[in-house]
Design a protein around this ligand. Structure first.
Ligand code: CP
Length: 327
C-alpha cells in the first residue's frame, strides 16, 4: 500500500512497538551524540496551513538530522491556495518537488485528500478536529518511557484526559492508540459541551476498556497514572460555548497534590495557553518531577525520525549509519 501516516487506525500494538524500537535507535541522534546521513539528498515539504511550533519544527529537524533538507510553506498566504489552487493540484505539483510531505490543515479529512492525489509519503500533522497521529505516537512513547522508569506497565493503567475533548485532535488519536493495550481505565474530564465525540468513544469502547465521563477534575485525578491536560481549541468554536470552562478544570499544583497520585505523570501536547484567563495547565507545576511536558515534546524528535525511516524505507539502515558527532 501507499506509505502514509493519516490516522492511528492504521496501527496494531505490534506495529506501534516496532516503530518505537526504531525510535529507540534514533535516540543517540536525537541526543546529539551521533549523526546519520541516511536521508542524504531527500527533500521534505512542510505544508502548514495552521500555526505550529512543535510539529513543524520537530518534523523538519528530524528530517535534517537524518541528512535530508526541508522546504517550508507556512500559512495560506504563502501558498498559491490563496489564489484558489485546489488541494489536488497543490499535492500533484508538490510531489514533483519533494520526497515526502507533512501537512497541517484546518479541515478534518483534508490531509487524506492531499494523500489521494500523490504517491509520495504524506504525514498528517493535524487535520482540523480530526486526528494528530504523530502526536499520539510520541505521547504513547512518552507514557511507555516514563512507566518503564517508574516500573509500571501500561496494561491495566488508569488514564485521565482533561479539558476540551471535543475539538482536541490529540486526545482523539491518543485514546484510540491507547485502546490497543489491555484493561485500561479512562476517566474523561470535560465541561458540558466539550465532551469526547461518540464516534471516538465507540471505537475505544469496543475493546473492553472502562470509560468514565465526569465534569469533576478531582474525581478524574484520583488514582490516575497519567493526567493528560489539553488546551481549549478556541480557534474552532464560538466563545459562548466556553461558559462551562472555568478555573475548576485547571490541572495545577494544588489539585494534583490534593487528589493526584505521587507517581502520576502529567502530560499536555502543548502549546499550553499562558494568556490571562486560560486554565489548561498551571505553571506552578513547572518544577514538579511529575510534569513530563518537556520530556514529551523532546520525544517528538526520535519518534518523527522513526516515522520518516519507515515511510521512506530506510529503517534497516539506521543502526549502521550512525557516526560520531564532529562538532
Ligand atoms: N503539539 C502540537 O501539535 O504543537 P504545535 O501546534 O506547536 O505543532
Amino acid at each position: 500500500g501507499k506509505h502514509q501516516l493519516l490516522s492511528v487506525d492504521q496501527f496494531t500494538r505490534e506495529s506501534v512497538e516496532e516503530l518505537f524500537r526504531i525510535a529507540d535507535q534514533m535516540q543517540p541522534i536525537a541526543r546529539r551524540q551521533k549523526v546519520s546521513r541516511v536521508l542524504e539528498g531527500a527533500v521534505l515539504g512542510n505544508l502548514f496551513f495552521e500555526a505550529s511550533t512543535r510539529t513543524r519544527v520537530s518534523f523538519g529537524a528530524a528530517f535534517c538530522r537524518l541528512g535530508g533538507s526541508v522546504c517550508d510553506t507556512t500559512g495560506f498566504t504563502f501558498s498559491s491556495m490563496a489564489k484558489g489552487e485546489s488541494i489536488y493540484d497543490t499535492s500533484r505539483v508538490m510531489s514533483g518537488y519533494v520526497d515526502a510531505l507533512v501537512i497541517r490543515h484546518p479541515e478534518r479529512g483534508s490531509v487524506a485528500e492531499f494523500a489521494d492525489a500523490t504517491n509520495i509519503p504524506v504525514i498528517n500533522g493535524g487535520d482540523g478536529a480530526g486526528e494528530h497521529p504523530s502526536q499520539a505516537l510520541l505521547d504513547l512513547y512518552t507514557i511507555l518511557t516514563e512507566f518503564s522508569r517508574l516500573g509500571k506497565l501500561l496494561d491495566g493503567a488508569h488514564i485521565a484526559m482533561v479539558g476540551d475533548l471535543k475539538y482536541g485532535r490529540t486526545v482523539h488519536s491518543l485514546i484510540k492508540l491507547l485502546a490497543l493495550y489491555r484493561d485500561l481505565k479512562f476517566t474523561l474530564v470535560a465541561p458540558k459541551g466539550l465532551e469526547m465525540p461518540d464516534y471516538i468513544l465507540e471505537q475505544a469502547g469496543k475493546r473492553g476498556h472502562v470509560i468514565e465521563q465526569t465534569s469533576s477534575l478531582e474525581q478524574g485525578l484520583v488514582g490516575a497514572d497519567v493526567v493528560y491536560a489539553t488546551r481549549v481549541q478556541k480557534e474552532r468554536f464560538a466563545d459562548e460555548q466556553l461558559e462551562g470552562y472555568t478555573a475548576d478544570f485547571q490541572v495545577n499544583k494544588a489539585i494534583v497534590d490534593r487528589c493526584g497520585r505521587s507517581d502520576a505523570i502529567i502530560m499536555h501536547p502543548l502549546p499550553r495557553d499562558s494568556r490571562e484567563g486560560a486554565h489548561d495547565l498551571g505553571v506552578d507545576l513547572n518544577h514538579d518531577p511529575r510534569l513530563a511536558i518537556f520530556r514529551q515534546a523532546d520525544n517528538g524528535i526520535p519518534v518523527r525520525m522513526a516515522i520518516f525511516a519507515v515511510l521512506l524505507g530506510v529503517e534497516g539502515l539506521v543502526q549502521h549509519s550512525l557516526r560520531d558527532v564532529t562538532w
